[in-house]
Design a protein around this ligand. Structure first.
Ligand code: HC0
Ligand code: SF4
Length: 558
């Protein structure tokens, strides 16, 4: 293979698309603001400049590696150059780091520290905060924006939403919605992926921690909580544990110490979803319904996207509420038997769940079934605020009466998981061999588009699994052009919930590790099929009796 000499060290080119990837492979963490492996190259921030053997400067992110190249990544000139960029950015940026919600996770702050910026030589041109608080999912402050364009490319290229774009020119350039409308009146679907790539505090996830603390302090409230599948495999790394490891036991222990009265696992709700959704699917198949496919409905950003862009497809979206909402219906009903006011909290990897919880469809007498949604990141902050030493906690189990779940419910948190769980339910062969063969049927893996065919009786069913909304709209266009599918699983975040915007920042590899963590958690469960969860029977004979439609289903109207 061809070799590039990086800072005197030979490094082999092995399919790397740009010098930056090669430099990072060589163990050098070249700084960048605008480079993300999953987005197109923009080359705007100029932080990744390297010096070539003739003394010229090249942006590593947009230079393809060629054999024989000799580059230096860290010369006096480059250091000066990078410091200058940082100072220019800081000159018109808010510097109230201690009170910024991205304190500690901001790239600008991190690089200012790494490059030892002790003063800014330019006049301060920072304007006053310009905050758009209209969305239930994310908050924007334009004056913390460094115009890297990461959010724009995410919203346009990966999500195909196009809610935000560059506006104006030169020093007046901003990132804006069309006509500078509030985000809530834009095509935004609340997926939060723009905030997930924002290097500063310009786009941050809405924070609902204080409402949860208040409920926990309220003696008249009985506070229950459910924890989504993907949270458990993303939290540990923040506390120095191995990324992808299942930390559910410690999460439960932490929540108990914070004062939650009842602690449950959303995977139980996912078991309900599997039963209801496969029932709905079979009904459609048996009715000889030609109006296929059935789209899954558990991802609220996808539902929102469908409502805004493809309202004509809403009859094809499953009437099943998401696992969070199904479980919340059950938990709230159970809570009504208590003398204290039931308050229900959901810990989710997702920003759009905040919006889902607030939808009128999921309120009873104006009170939401899920009172508050907090993200994995907010939970991490709450654990830190409480002084709880996460690694010292002894793992604990979730509570009864809703404390049984299955592996099928657990794998919901990664793309393909919902499909695999439904296939486990639909398969008439309940052997271990059949379980294993379902695992190899093409539903696993982080690819944005997966397709498979499965047999149901003598019928061959065509299944598609998409994550990322651009992949989704491409598939929809194919369906409209006449391609046939029977079942389509959609998750708005690339890779599924493990990549949710409420999770701590992670590389593509780390997201894949989280997915693997869910599959190993599944292997450790002794019940792997939702229909075998003993709790289901008692729910259907108890709380849900005669009320399945009312409590577990919803009709999204165009
Ligand atoms: Fe997900 Fe869910 S799997 S959407 O990604 O279906 O947020 O983790 O909780 O509701 O179970 C998120 C994750 C959930 C729901 C489940 C589904
Ligand atoms: Fe676009 Fe999603 Fe950000 Fe909304 S939340 S602006 S849809 S990336």
């Amino acid at each position: 293979n061809e070799i590039v000499i990086i800072d005197g060290i030979p490094v082999e080119i092995n399919g790397e698309k740009n010098l930056l990837q090669l430099i990072r492979k060589a163990g050098i963490k070249l700084p960048t603001f605008c480079y993300h492996s999953e987005l197109s190259i923009y080359g705007a921030c100029r932080m990744c400049m390297v010096e070539n053997e003739w003394g010229g400067l090249d942006a590593a992110c947009s230079t393809p590696p060629k054999g024989g190249m000799k580059i230096r990544t860290n010369t006096q000139r480059l250091r000066k150059y990078r410091k200058m960029i940082l100072e220019l950015l800081l000159a018109n940026h808010c510097r109230d780091c201690t009170t910024c919600s991205n304190n500690g996770t901001c790239k600008l702050q991190d690089l200012a520290m790494k490059f030892n910026i002790e003063g800014v030589r330019f006049p301060n041109t920072k304007a006053e905060p310009n905050i758009d608080d209209s969305s239930l999912c994310i908050t924007r402050d334009q004056n913390k924006c460094i115009l890297c364009g990461d959010c724009v490319r995410m919203c346009n290229e990966v999500q195909n939403v196009g809610a935000i774009d560059f506006a104006h020119r030169g020093s007046k350039m901003t990132i804006s919605t069309a006509f500078d409308r509030p985000l809530s009146s834009s095509p935004c679907v609340g997926c939060g992926q723009c905030a997930a790539v924002c290097p500063t505090g310009a786009l941050v996830v809405k924070n609902d921690k204080s409402k949860v603390w208040e409920a926990l302090d309220d003696k008249s409230a009985k506070v229950s909580v459910q924890i989504a599948p993907a949270v458990r495999v993303a939290i540990g790394k923040e506390f120095g544990l191995t990324g992808g490891d299942n930390a559910i036991g410690r999460i439960v222990a932490a929540l108990r110490r914070m004062g939650f009265d009842e602690i449950y696992d959303t995977s139980t709700g996912a078991d309900l979803t599997v039963l209801e959704e496969s029932g709905e699917f079979i009904k459609r198949l048996e009715a000889g319904d030609t109006d296929m496919p059935l789209f899954t409905s558990c991802c609220p950003a996808w539902v929102n996207y469908c409502e805004k862009n493809y309202p004509e497809l809403l009859p094809n979206v499953s009437t099943c509420r998401s696992p969070m909402q199904m479980f919340a219906s059950v938990i709230k009903e159970h809570g009504r038997t208590s003398s204290r006011r039931p308050v229900h909290v959901a810990v989710m990897p997702c920003t759009a769940k905040k919006f889902e919880a607030a939808r009128d469809e999921f309120k009873i007498e104006d009170i939401p079934n899920v009172d508050y949604v907090i993200t994995t990141q907010e939970l991490i902050q709450m654990i830190k605020e409480s002084g709880i030493v996460f690694t010292d906690l002894e793992p604990e189990a979730v509570d009864m009466p809703f404390g049984t779940m299955t592996g099928a419910g657990l794998i919901f948190g990664v793309t393909g998981g919902v499909t695999e769980a439904v296939l486990r339910r639909l398969s008439s062969d309940k052997s271990n061999t059949s379980l294993m063969s379902i695992a190899y049927q093409g539903a696993r893996g982080m690819e944005g588009v997966k397709e498979t065919t499965v047999m149901y009786g003598d019928r061959e069913l065509k299944v598609a699994i998409v994550s990322g909304l651009k992949n989704t709209s491409d598939l929809i266009e194919r369906i409209k052009a006449g391609e046939h599918y029977d079942f389509v699983e959609v998750m708005a975040c690339p890779g599924g919930c493990v990549s949710g915007a409420g999770q701590p920042f992670a590389s593509s590899e780390e997201k894949a590790t989280r997915g693997k963590g869910l599959y190993s958690a599944d292997r450790l469960t002794n019940i792997k099929r939702s229909e075998e969860n003993p709790l289901m029977m008692s729910l259907y004979n108890g709380i849900l009796k005669g009320r399945v439609h009312e409590l577990l289903h919803v009709h999204y109207a165009a």
